[in-house]
Design a protein around this ligand. Structure first.
Ligand SMILES: Nc1ncnc2c1ncn2[C@@H]1O[C@H](COP(=O)(O)OP(=O)(O)OP(=O)(O)O)[C@@H](O)[C@H]1O
Ligand SMILES: [Mg+2]
Length: 662
């Protein structure tokens, strides 16, 4: 059953009614089973939360698939287990998991129609309470995000949800893990640690590339941006500014650390975790009082043909948001209350941005990114050129029904947000890469042309040969005559012989003229293809020359598969997914035009081009000359046209005989 959005159980349409009934049936059967058979219950929980089920869901979900250039935000939900406090308080589970990425939320109050108040949501993946930390790495789609960051995309994984729902646990593990030296083999390590390990595994597979890794770690505490790697004793806040060049917000003077090894990255994580602000309230003893953003910048350099280096700048942000709080429930006061107000305010702005971006009508209007530091820094991830994974964390307890429902609703909205991922490259390198692709396309075209030319010549030659041998059977052959015995022949025999020769002569003349026209046709075709080849060769040389002098050509900001709004750049699709939605790259075609103006070809290249053209012409002339010679010598006696040559000889002789007789 597919349920894309929340179903309020007053079925809005008949179409939904059937699926709603199915859902209810499924839910009640499932519930009955759970009540009746505890062993079955254990089995079901194990089964649903098991890697097998997750694998199926993950395969189906976009989470493990490569993101397309025009992709939705990928949303997964993680439900933490009931905590000790909730268990002691007798809080029941408010959530059920029918499978297929669905999650059911049953409220205590009755629905408007007097029936049970059940909402059903569908996401890319739902992680049930039994899911392990490793399951999150394997099935959330974060692996693909890391791969895309290596490929040059800007990626973000962020955790969203109420306080105490398990955001920090998901990203970094339980509290206290970073006190002292953490054990790398600890099963409790969160997504960031596991992602770093996976990142280094992948980097080692790219032997042909050179990588430079840098990392930064910041927090937004009470609307102030603090550098977690260099907080200073005064924890002086850093400014968030708008960059005209990159068309995005950035943090001024943020410390970035070079990370050559995995340990360097892990040290950044540990240092930041130690410096971030954590507080305590009624709902979480180790509540994050700030939003944190850990960023790994990945610059890759790869040597392309011709000794040119292509470099790409990808990055991946891990964002641990502070959780929304109902201050009555958390019983916050003093500093904690001020923190809670700031957290709630920034989350409200984030929620408003998500709501606007997911609404088709509002998307093109004003989005209030500037209203909080958090939304400024997440702007690019939510609506820009990034690839985004949202991990919505929820509590399964009845006591958190309202907050859980709220998070699930926001997660559903976030699913509708679309971004336009692009690879960030140096403009000149982007141009070189694009031209190289043009050159490759031209090479392929040229090969095709050559193949077509050979094929055509062979076909025509074959046809000419077949036709001639075919016609030959229709040409009446005159008997051979011994010239010395000619005088002994009777007048009537001679007259008959002359008649036969005249008929054969006529047929041969006809055949000759056919062969000549075929030859003309072949020569004409050959000339056309030669000219086309020459034209293509010239363009290839032109494009090559542009590659060589690309630094002089005006720059493009990035490459992409669809024209972007600014600067006429193109979106470059994921290299593993060559398809770009049916749009042709900016490339040269047979009837094509060069997309870049080419002027001032360097003298050396001009000479080389001239040399090649002259060489080509000489080769053509030589071929023509050779062919003409072959045609002329076809009157000789040792070619494959022996029979034909023989007939031409006889033709001459036949013409001679009547003259002699008259
Ligand atoms: N999947 C889980 N398995 C076991 N324990 C969990 C899980 N998720 C969360 N917890 C525990 O629940 C408590 C609260 O989790 P956590 O601090 O991660 O919540 P949070 O969403 O970050 O809250 P806040 O917004 O207040 O920072 C922690 O003790 C954590 O270890
Ligand atoms: Mg937290």
């Amino acid at each position: 059953m597919e349920v894309d959005e929340t179903i309020d159980f007053q079925p809005p349409t008949l179409k939904d009614a059937f699926s709603a009934i199915q859902t209810i049936q499924h839910f009640f059967t499932f519930n009955e089973d759970l009540k009746e058979d505890k062993a079955y219950k254990r089995y079901i929980w194990k089964k649903i939360g098991s890697a097998d089920t997750l694998e199926i869901v993950a395969t189906r979900s976009a989470g493990s698939e490569p993101s397309t250039p025009d992709d939705n935000v990928n949303v997964v939900v993680r439900v933490r287990p009931l905590c000790e406090k909730e268990k002691k308080g007798g809080h029941g589970m408010v959530l059920q998991f029918p499978g297929n990425g669905q999650i059911m939320c049953e409220g205590k109050a009755m629905g408007n129609n007097g029936g049970p108040n059940i909402k059903v949501f569908t996401y890319n993946v739902v992680f049930e309470p039994g899911a392990t930390q490793d399951d999150i790495l394997q099935y959330s789609g974060v692996k693909r995000l890391i791969e895309m960051a290596i490929e040059g995309f800007s990626c973000t994984a962020f955790c969203y949800g109420q306080t105490g729902s398990g955001k920090t646990h998901t990203l970094t593990g339980p509290p206290g893990l970073f006190h002292g030296k953490p054990n790398p083999k600890d099963e409790r390590h969160g997504l960031i640690f596991r992602s770093f390990v996976y990142l280094f595994q992948r980097l080692q597979e790219h032997k042909d590339m050179h990588f430079i890794l840098k990392a930064s770690f910041l927090e937004i505490y009470n609307e102030k941006v603090i550098d977690l790697l260099n907080p200073g004793s005064a924890r002086k806040p850093l400014a968030v500014r708008w960059s005209k060049k990159s068309r995005g917000f950035y943090v001024e003077n943020l410390f970035t650390v070079d990370c050559e090894e995995l340990d360097d990255l892990l040290a950044v994580l540990e240092e930041g975790m130690r410096n971030r602000v954590v507080g305590s309230h009624q709902m979480n003893d180790h509540s994050s009082r700030s939003h944190t953003m850990l960023t790994v910048h990945i610059t890759s350099e790869q040597q392309a043909e011709g000794g040119v280096f292509i470099s790409k700048q990808g990055k991946i942000h891990f964002v641990d948001l502070a959780g929304s709080e109902m201050t009555k429930k958390t019983m916050s006061e003093g500093t904690t209350l001020e923190e809670a107000n700031n957290i709630n305010k920034s989350l409200m702005v984030l929620g408003y941005c998500i709501a606007s971006l997911s609404d088709n009508k509002k998307r093109s209007g004003h989005i209030p990114y500037r209203d909080s530091q958090l939304t400024k820094l997440l702007a690019d991830s939510l609506a820009g050129n990034g690839v985004t994974l949202m991990i919505a964390c929820v509590s399964p307890a009845y006591s958190n029904y309202a907050e859980t429902l709220n998070t699930l609703r926001y997660a559903s909205r976030a699913k509708r947000i679309r971004t336009k991922p692009i690879i960030i490259m140096d403009p000149r390198e982007a141009l070189i890469l694009s031209l190289k692709r043009d050159v490759n396309a031209l090479h392929i075209e040229n090969e095709h042309l050559k193949a077509a030319l050979n094929l055509q010549n062979e076909t025509l030659a074959l046809r000419a040969l077949t036709d001639s041998s075919h016609d030959r059977t229709h040409i009446p052959e005159a008997p051979k005559v011994d010239l010395e015995r000619l005088a002994e022949l009777e007048a009537s025999e001679l007259a008959e012989l002359v008649k036969l020769y005249m008929v054969e002569n006529k047929a041969l003349r006809h055949e000759n003229s056919d062969l000549f026209s075929t030859r003309e046709m072949i020569l004409h075709d050959h000339e056309v293809v030669c000219r086309e080849n020459e034209r293509l060769l010239k363009k290839l040389e032109d494009v090559n020359s542009v590659c060589v002098r690309s630094p002089l050509i005006s720059s493009q900001p990035a490459i992409s598969s669809t024209p972007s709004l600014e600067g006429g750049s193109e979106i470059w699709t994921n290299p593993n997914q060559e398809s770009n939605g049916g749009q042709k790259p900016k490339t040269e075609t047979l009837d094509g035009r060069l997309s870049t103006n080419i002027t001032n070809i360097p003298e050396s290249i001009q000479k080389e081009m001239d040399k090649r053209r002259i060489g080509e012409n000489i080769l053509n002339m030589a071929n023509n000359f050779h062919r003409q010679n072959t045609d002329r010598s076809s009157s000789g006696d040792s070619t494959k046209n022996d029979k034909l040559n023989g007939r031409i000889m006889e033709d001459k002789r036949a013409t001679f005989v009547p003259d002699m007789l008259t």
